[in-house]
Design a protein around this ligand. Structure first.
Ligand code: FE2
Length: 542
């Protein structure tokens, strides 16, 4: 649980909550006192001294700090420098100089026990992003980190390593989120997510939106404006990420825990598929160049490992991150390798959707995932992915061609795969649809007696779609038509999960509004998935 949020005037450094949620400004003395420079090899010391000597006008850590991709002995630390985050050239006011940034990682939030330190040089080519992969850490423990550049010291972030391989370890808390449209509202839900102090955060896509100002308007009206045109160039994407990353609530969510991220469509272009963009009837011969720009900026702005650095218009993102033998997080990419949406996309009654030759994941990713299922010894196998997995039939009988319903052969091969491999507890995690849902996954959705073979938890958006409204889920026609769907809510929020060896509890967190800052949060519903019992039991909300 958090340290006290109250100020103790005798403390020379802020409490953890102040540090993580308040973006505290520490003096540089503490960093220097920790022996930053003296801990470096001579060559590195010279380089760091050079970086420290660069005089930057204005605060450089305006985009906050982040960490990600934890395994049992290492984690990625991230920051990106900007003195003028909204600069149109996407370079954050830093021009073209190279800058060295020092980092340190400690066992305690006061940095009395620094266990690793180092430095990275960044420049315009790297978008002034810093990715430090820190190894040699102890499994299953909390660490604190910060950066220094010249006379500026970053806010402190908290991170964590995964449990050691083969150990179930303690229960963990994981929160997942998606769809934060900056114009549609304030990122209050990110702030509440941070206050929950999860061990790990999953972001399932639509971290940014590509639109120029006021083209995607919430039913409640837009409350903030995007800066810049629809993102197509590298400078556009870099500027857009910097605008989002300047948000204090988002910064708090990054500073509290390591993240595992996968993009969806809006990090590139609405509903793109493979090398086909949203409006194929409008020639866009440069779509692959746009995709390359989008992926490059995505990599720069996310705490990813170096091996995830894009190669031109391709980025390798599907991967498994294990939390001991408690959880495997299989992070999927359902955009880059998919066949084009059937029947022209949208909601359709479409014969092509059942064509087994069609794929949402591409063959390589599908084979990789099936092999991960066969090799898994984990208590829980979670699929962190983008689009609605369960069948969802509208009143007219149509289904979404952008979701797994539009790629039914793909869905069957993957759910059959986890059944055949004997995966103990498969749970699909989903974003994209801007509403909360809890679904039981079936071998055959058309047959009410078909067994439940897994569970899906769908998070609502952070802001996309505006305030929304509460309603009685049982009244919603989608639930009556689709009896395997157990819960639906149209408010903004995120899902918090508590994962133990015996059960996974999902708390559907909602905020009352997003068009003004400061909305309170509450748990709208909680469900439990018991070990070896796919499906949902509703429990008292926590
Ligand atoms: Fe979205």
């Amino acid at each position: 649980m958090p340290a006290s949020g109250e100020k103790d005037p005798s403390q020379t450094v802020p409490s953890r909550r102040q540090v993580l949620l308040g973006g505290a400004a520490l003096g540089t003395a503490a960093f220097a006192a920790a022996g930053t420079l003296s801990g470096l090899a001579p060559a590195a010391r010279a380089a760091a001294a050079q970086g420290a000597g660069v005089s930057l006008r204005g605060e450089v850590f305006t985009l906050g700090v982040a960490s990600g991709e934890p395994d049992h002995h290492s984690v990625v630390l991230w920051t990106r420098l900007a003195t003028d985050p909204l600069a149109e050239d996407g370079l954050g006011g830093l021009g073209r100089r190279a800058v060295t940034v020092q980092w340190e990682l400690a066992e305690d939030e006061r940095f009395r026990h620094v266990v690793r330190r180092g430095h990275e040089t960044t420049d315009a080519e790297a978008g002034y992003a810093v990715h430090a992969e820190v190894a040699g850490l102890a499994p299953g423990r909390e660490y604190f980190y910060r950066f220094r550049c010249g006379r500026f010291l970053s806010p402190t972030g908290r991170t964590r390593t995964a449990q050691a391989p083969g150990t179930l370890g303690a229960a963990m808390t994981m929160a997942f989120a998606s769809c934060s449209q900056y114009e549609h509202g304030y990122f209050t839900a990110y702030r509440h997510l941070a206050e929950d102090e999860p061990d790990l955060v999953l972001h399932l896509g639509d971290y940014i939106y590509e639109y120029k100002p006021d083209t995607y308007v919430s039913p409640d009206g837009n409350v903030r404006d995007h800066r810049g045109p629809e993102t197509e160039t590298l400078a556009n994407y870099r500027q857009r990420y910097a605008q989002y990353r300047s948000d204090a609530d988002l910064q708090a969510a990054h500073a509290v825990a390591p993240w595992l991220v996968v993009p969806d469509d809006h990090e590139v272009d609405n509903n793109w598929a493979g090398d086909i963009h949203e409006k194929p009837h409008i020639p866009q011969p440069d779509f692959l160049r746009r995709r390359a720009n989008a992926f490059r900026a995505y990599y720069e702005n996310m705490p990813l490992r170096r091996r995830n650095r894009p190669q031109g218009s391709h980025i390798q993102l599907y991967r498994t991150v294990s939390w001991g033998s408690l959880v495997n997080f299989h992070m999927l990419d359902t955009r880059q390798y998919r066949d084009d949406q059937a029947c022209g996309d949208g909601w359709k009654i479409c014969e092509d959707a059942v064509d087994p030759a069609r794929s949402l994941t591409g063959d390589d990713q599908e084979q990789w995932l099936l092999e991960q299922f066969r090799r898994s010894r984990a208590r829980w196998d979670l699929l962190g992915q983008q689009v609605f997995f369960a069948s969802r039939v509208s009143a007219s009988g149509s289904t979404s061609m952008d979701a797994w319903d539009g790629y039914r052969g793909s869905r069957e091969r993957i759910s059959d795969g986890w059944v055949e491999a004997g995966v103990r507890n498969p749970v699909v995690l989903t974003g994209d649809v801007h509403t909360h849902w809890a679904n039981e996954l079936k071998a055959d959705y058309a047959n009410p007696d078909s067994p439940v073979i897994g569970t899906e938890l769908v998070t609502s958006s952070i802001t996309s779609g505006g305030n929304g409204a509460d309603s009685d889920p049982a009244e919603h026609p989608d639930l009556r038509r689709n009896p395997h769907i157990r819960f639906r809510n149209n408010q903004r929020g995120y899902v918090r999960t508590h994962i133990s060896r015996d059960e996974l509890r999902a708390d559907f967190r909602v905020v009352e509004y997003v068009t003004r800052p400061g909305a309170p949060v509450r748990t709208r519903a909680s469900f439990v998935i018991a070990d070896r019992h796919p499906g949902l039991s509703e429990v008292t909300p926590r």
